[in-house]
Design a protein around this ligand. Structure first.
Ligand code: ADP
Length: 224
């Protein structure tokens, strides 16, 4: 599947001058296993499952692109609990300039926020951190960003963890993803850039919405 790789959130010169983390965040529509090396991405995140032995979706695509060495390597890792992350070499993806794969296991969405329980928010009005899944997904981003820092990653590409087979509501997941990237970049010079790699324009629009409305939802809950 060939998708255009167009950076689509323009950051203003003023943002850059102020070193606003938003200026270091891109949203593109692409296959994360077929990124243009010119973009300079040196690490990608895999939305894995607890076995770390491959699966469907982005996990399957990454295993196919990295080749059987990745599977062989991962057999030695003993899996990874939900909400945590492990780093591996990129194997077959190294020829694209990728040095690391940061595997993280997102939560399966249980639908808790849609039960109609008083105070339980719907997807878009959700107070993030309301559900156990919110916290597990947040943990994935914290772990991945800590690993990226540890391994001196300059430009990290991250897919929309948990929003496929694991059914996490996409607008909500985009806020958690952006909020954590933003918080990390405020405190750290590495990665220099974070690119959210979406598989469709619709998915990308969730990130743009999260970024464009950050003044409302990030302030309303203090920190992400
Ligand atoms: P999960 O099990 O964590 O939900 P999935 O792989 O099913 O993981 O989906 C996570 C997200 O990755 C979804 O938004 C899906 O559309 C997207 N996706 C699937 N394949 C790719 C790919 N090759 N590149 C980028 N994103 C992908």
């Amino acid at each position: 599947m060939e998708l255009p790789q167009v950076p689509s959130n323009d950051s203003s010169a003023a943002d850059q001058q102020l070193n606003d983390p938003v200026a270091r965040i891109n949203v593109i529509v692409a296959d994360i296993t077929a990124l243009d090396p010119e973009i300079g991405i040196d690490a990608i995140v895999n939305a894995a499952n607890e076995s770390l032995l491959g699966g469907g979706g982005v996990d399957g695509a990454i295993h196919r692109a990295a080749g059987p060495e990745l599977l062989e390597h991962n057999r030695t890792l003993g899996g990874c609990p939900t909400g945590l992350a492990k780093r591996t070499p990129a194997f077959g993806l190294e020829k694209q300039g990728i040095r690391h794969i940061l595997h993280t296991v997102g939560p399966v969405w249980s639908g808790t926020a849609d039960t109609g329980v008083p105070g339980a928010p719907g997807d878009d009005t959700a107070k993030l951190g309301y559900t156990h899944e919110d916290n597990l997904l947040a943990s994935c981003y914290t772990q991945v960003l800590a690993l990226a820092l540890e391994h001196n990653v300059r430009h990290l590409a991250i897919p929309a963890i948990s929003t496929g087979v694991y059914r996490f509501p996409k607008p909500r997941a985009a806020r958690i993803a952006f909020g954590h990237a933003h918080g990390h970049l405020l405190r750290s010079g590495l990665p220099q850039r974070i690119t959210f790699v979406c598989f469709s324009d619709e998915d990308a629009s969730n990130y743009h919405e999260a970024i464009n409305t950050r003044g409302q939802w990030m302030m309303s809950r203090g920190r992400v």
